[in-house]
Design a protein around this ligand. Structure first.
Ligand SMILES: *Cc1c(COP(=O)(O)O)cnc(C)c1O
Length: 568
């Protein structure tokens, strides 16, 4: 177990955290971001500690039948193989019962050997009722009540656990999304005990001084909200009355985003565009932005690790050195990419039985299967695709992505991709890789030739998969939303879908633009001028890999948000 230096520490709270590809404790972008943040903190030797839930039954394993029906298989894993279970026990009151909580410790080791700890909370203890033992079993499973119980464990349970582990001097609590916002309730209670004479405004101000909040989605369903009866029942009527007194409810409802906004000294979105969109969603709150980044060493494929180590060995410790990838020969970039592409084709073969051709231009569309990501746009005009494959050169498309178990529209979408792929049989090969997670993502972001993203504007808060692709020299062809507004230089780092600036998406115009770019720009470059295509690959690394990484992101949090110096 690690020595705990709590003075000046930052505590980072997240509902999901992708710490190890073999631990099913995340579902997608939010969890991967949390994991990448922790990996960057360990690299920087930052005094950070993280809190999340254990999920001994994980999220789910996605199995797809021949028609593209999603089957959700429970995940089994052995926390003992990855984590150390600590002796500390705390209890919080949920629905009038004492719910006991223990913690497992996961230690992340940085590039220079420093460690950062994540505590994964677990209620599966014999002291608890069978129902309470399940509170930390499933990520995003169960109903509203289940979710609120989980958020009680993550927030107040997390604060109690940190105190029990000896963390008394945390300067900043960072809420990664609203799920953990009930920490502010515990902090308020602590302040009240410390100074019974202070009035509510003063107490709130002290809590605000210690909290920062990052919001991650402009999609309303992404913001948890609980009705008054449920809140009163889960938290107890006394706590409910106190939340009301503190002004923490919105129209009587417990809105976790609003709670985070109301009780934080600093609030940010995750790209510059997302800052603007969030400002218009929550007028009156000062919103800033820190654009997301990905952990460069984690998301760089073996051939590019080798290439960067050889040419710019300093890059692991200081990702800014990736800028000097501009000096790497095109042939070397193409060689490393060819290797990553062959590794992907092999993985596709193993996972789906489909043999792809490494000589063919390969496009990926990998994201959560949900309508606003518009996975079908790429297959919206099959004749046009056939024509492009015929005139410019052959194409193959790899899809991946899970639908949330209760997202019926998302599940139907996977089925339609299967049908459309079937109709293209013989002309354009379409394959759906099941069980998109960190492992599948690692192969995909490095092994395809083009990363396509078609979110409905302005709903992509940031997006991070295109950043992983950039690190591996894979350019994006994407709608101008989220991070791509910042990372896109037309024809240099990749290409935009859609001509000119538009606040909101137009399906037809964007589909037309997507096919035009494939037919007249990207396809011809790939097949007829490979050296020039390799130049775009090189700029993707040098301009975007060097910037859209979690080292730069964390240094912005440290200098602009946390009020401490790196190395503290
Ligand atoms: C990086 C990643 C994401 C997030 O990427 P988006 O661009 O937001 O779709 C989601 N899932 C997995 C498995 C990832 O690795």
């Amino acid at each position: 177990m690690q020595e705990r230096k709590d003075v000046g520490a930052v505590a980072y709270f997240s509902m999901e955290m992708a710490l190890d590809p073999a631990m099913p404790t995340y579902s997608g972008g939010l969890g991967v971001l949390a994991g990448d943040t922790l990996r960057a903190a360990a690299d920087a030797g930052l005094n950070m500690v993280a809190v999340t839930l254990l999920y001994n039954e994980g999220y789910f394993t996605q199995v797809l039948d021949v028609r593209g029906n999603q089957l959700e298989r429970p995940v089994t894993w052995e926390p003992e193989e990855f984590l150390e279970r600590l002796d500390a026990r705390v209890a919080i009151e949920i629905e009038g019962r004492q719910v006991h909580i223990c913690a497992w410790e996961y230690s992340v080791t940085g590039v220079l050997g420093q460690e950062v700890c994540a505590y994964m909370l677990d209620t599966d203890l014999p002291e608890n009722s069978p129902e309470d033992r399940k509170i930390t079993s499933r990520l995003y499973g169960g109903d509203e009540r289940y979710r609120l119980r989980q958020e009680m464990v993550l927030g107040p349970g997390g604060i109690a656990m940190l105190r029990a582990l000896g963390y008394e001097n945390i300067v900043t609590c960072h809420m990664n999304e609203g799920h953990s916002a009930l920490i502010v309730f515990s902090l308020l209670e602590e302040e009240m005990r410390r100074d019974a004479d202070a009035d509510v405004d003063e107490l709130l101000q002290r809590v605000r001084d210690r909290c920062v909040f990052t919001t991650h989605t402009p999609v309303p369903a992404g913001h948890d909200q609980f009705p008054p009866e449920l809140v009163s029942s889960v938290l107890g009527s006394e706590s409910f009355a106190r939340l009301t007194e503190y002004g923490c409810l919105l129209d009587g409802h417990l809105n976790m985003t609003y709670l985070g906004l109301h009780c934080s000294r600093y609030i940010n979105g995750v790209s510059m565009r997302h800052e603007q969109v969030t400002e218009s969603m929550f007028p009156g709150y000062p919103i800033d932005s820190v654009t997301n980044g990905v952990h460069a060493v984690t998301w760089t494929s073996p051939p590019f690790l080798e290439l960067f180590d050889r040419h710019i060995p300093e890059w692991r410790q200081d990702n800014r050195y990736l800028r000097y990838a501009v000096g790497i020969e095109h042939t070397e970039i193409m060689g490393a990419h060819g290797e990553a592409k062959r590794a992907l084709m092999k993985e596709v073969q193993v996972r789906t039985g489909v043999t792809l051709d490494p000589g063919v231009m390969t496009i990926a569309f990998a994201r959560r299967a949900t309508p606003y990501k518009r996975a079908e746009m790429l297959l919206s005009d099959l004749d046009r695709l056939r024509k492009i494959a015929d005139a410019v050169g052959p194409l193959q498309i790899i899809y991946a992505g899970k639908a949330h178990p209760r997202d019926e529209a998302g599940k139907e979408l996977i089925g339609r991709i299967f049908q459309l792929g079937e109709q293209l049989r013989g002309d354009v090969r379409v394959v759906y890789m099941p069980d998109y997670g960190m492992r599948v993502a690692s192969y995909l972001v490095a092994g395809v030739d083009l990363w396509v993203n078609t979110p409905y504007k302005p709903r992509e808060a940031s997006g991070t998969s295109g950043m992983k692709a950039a690190l591996n020299g894979v350019p994006s062809l994407s709608v101008l939303d989220g991070w791509w507004i910042e990372g896109h230089v037309e024809g240099v780092t990749g290409w935009a879908i859609g001509e000119g600036w538009r606040e909101e998406s137009d399906d037809e115009e964007e589909a037309e633009s997507l096919f035009d770019k494939l037919e007249f720009v990207v396809g011809p470059l790939f097949y007829s001028r490979p050296e020039e295509f390799a130049r775009v690959m090189r700029y993707a690394i040098a301009l975007n890999g060097a910037f859209f990484n979690s080292q730069r992101m964390l240094s912005q949090y440290v200098h602009n948000v946390y009020r401490l110096e790196a190395g503290q």
